[in-house]
Write a protein that binds this ligand. Structure first.
Ligand code: NAG
Ligand code: NAG
Ligand code: NAG
Length: 481
């Protein structure tokens, strides 16, 4: 349900502010979901045609959000933005551009336009090129793997405008065996590390990645750099004998195995390989050239690409939120961006004890609260609400860290007027410990409306074991180990 999750806090604040002062969508626009008028029709923009889907949201895949006044303007923005294939328009004047069609879900507050243009070129948008083979101009074939990260093994990085440019750069770089592309960052890699799922990484793996084993046969790897699985980079010198400085000798069936033995031996900085004998050295004597020895000199440890964020535990045993039902007044909530509105804590007519009331005349008001959440966990938000009148241009919005993910207007559901209603269950996945929930009430066209809120509840996340049993389990684990 969240058309956007990527707005920065600053952008969100600007949004919240703008939402209260900008004009309502102008009536009589050709393409509209007012009364579902344009539902299931095709809208022709300058470059592409778009299917109009009223009350449907393809959440996620956001490229950015912009204030616009009409649905047509929103579609035009997408039509002229490279990579945009879908928009979500919220009729209070917000437009999200998307570069993916995710799974659609019903959301009465969202109007969607979905491009009919076919995807072309090399792209992981909608997994378009996934599992396909791509051949770069130099004739190197790559297997495309969308959403896969072979983290580590980096040899260099650059910014490229397209995935193709990134893969082509690998194709023309000796020793490059795969790339990770997370637009616009392009990482060239000289070693195949273990793959892991990472939805925003697009990978291309040289088909012959394993067909280029480290060898000095025909001086194949001479003067090239080789990266081992431990991310240590060696310069290969076919015929270089780093005589002396021996710390140990082992047998290894392969040259690569010899370098791995050096990795494992503390202090080892170069090797001399005379198959199967592998001499590990801790002194860098100048090499004798032109021998039958396959030499390698340790250069550096690569700094691997930052690993995908692992779920981070952030006060998992605190309540997710304080005062969901306003029973201590609005003290746990920050009131801000209040303009032409009055926020008060009330008890009459509330579902349980107390509730909050916002009276707005062409205004807006935000109630915000920090949540105690665990990154990567999924939470459910529910809100009880009541509007005093079925005003066309009043909306109740919910934001997580500035990312709008729910909007509701009484015009879509007249039965919410004068009666408490329960919102649908709105789910979000916490992307950071430092998470803020903001509930915004906004009227854009001069109405005087009262809205009441109660039971703003966020639940979910990991269950918190009792302290005693947790330490007991730790103890058992230690004993078993
Ligand atoms: C729009 O369509 C939805 C779903 O079919 C329906 O529930 C709603 O009443 C319609 N709204 C109008 C104004 O026709
Ligand atoms: C829009 O049209 C589609 C296809 O006819 C229909 O399934 C859907 O319920 C309609 N939506 C609304 C909101 O009317
Ligand atoms: C792409 O494929 C992956 C793995 O099959 C899947 O999890 C993901 O949802 C797909 N993404 C899109 C946008 O279809």
């Amino acid at each position: 349900m969240h058309p956007t999750t990527h707005l920065t806090k600053g952008a969100a604040a600007a949004l919240l502010l703008a939402a209260g002062v900008s004009a309502a969508p102008s009536p009589g626009t050709a393409v509209t979901c007012e009364n579902n008028a344009s539902n299931n029709t095709v809208y022709t923009a300058q470059n592409a045609q778009f299917d109009i889907l009223c009350g449907i949201d393809y959440s996620g895949g956001d490229m950015g959000a912009e204030r616009v006044s009409t649905f047509a303007e929103c579609i035009t923005r997408c039509d002229s933005t490279p990579g945009c294939i879908n928009v979500a328009f919220a009729p209070w004047g917000m437009c999200w551009l998307k570069n993916q069609n995710t799974t659609p879900s019903p959301n009465s507050g969202v109007w969607t336009a979905k491009s009919k243009a076919a995807l072309t070129g090399l792209t992981c948008i909608d997994n378009f090129s996934d599992k396909k083979t791509y051949t770069s101009p130099g004739g190197t074939a790559f297997d495309i793997a969308c959403g896969v990260d072979y983290a580590g093994g980096d040899m260099s990085s650059r910014n490229t405008n397209t995935f193709k440019e990134c893969v082509d750069a690998c194709g023309s770089t000796p020793g490059c065996v795969n790339v990770a592309y997370s637009a616009p960052s392009c990482y060239l890699k000289s070693a195949m590390m273990a793959p892991r799922t990472n939805s925003h990484v697009w990978a291309a793996v040289r088909k012959d990645a394993d067909a280029d084993p480290l060898t000095c046969e025909n001086k194949k790897w001479d003067a090239r750099e080789f990266t081992t699985k431990d991310n240590r980079v060696y310069s290969i010198g076919c015929g270089d004998d780093y005589a002396g400085g021996d710390m140990a000798a082992v047998d290894s069936a392969t040259f690569q195995g010899c370098l791995e033995a050096c990795d494992a031996a503390s202090g080892c900085i170069n090797v001399a390989y005379v198959a199967p004998r592998c001499y590990l050295k801790n002194v860098a004597n100048p090499p004798a050239k032109g021998t039958h020895v396959w030499g390698a000199k340790f250069l550096r440890v690569n700094v691997p690409t930052p690993p995908a964020p692992t779920p981070y535990t952030c006060n998992p045993c605190s309540p997710v939120m304080l005062n969901p039902s306003f029973d201590d007044g609005t003290n746990s909530w920050t009131q801000r961006d209040v303009s032409n509105s009055v926020i008060s804590s009330i008890s009459a007519g509330s579902v349980s004890g107390s509730a909050v009331q916002v009276v707005s005349t062409r205004g807006y008001a935000v109630l915000a609260q920090k949540l105690s959440v665990v990154t990567g966990s999924t939470y459910s938000l529910t809100v009880d609400y009541m509007f005093s009148a079925a005003m066309t241009n009043c909306y109740l919005n919910a934001f997580i860290n500035g990312g709008w993910f729910w909007s509701f207007s009484p015009r879509y559901e007249p039965t919410s007027v004068g009666a408490w209603k329960k919102s649908p269950v709105l789910q979000f996945t916490a992307s950071a410990c430092d998470t803020e929930l903001a509930i915004q009430f906004v009227c854009t066209a001069g109405e005087s409306v009262t809205m009441k809120l109660d039971n703003i509840k966020v639940t979910g996340g990991p269950t918190c074991p009792a302290k005693a049993s947790r330490s007991l389990r730790g103890l058992e684990r230690r004993r078993l180990a």
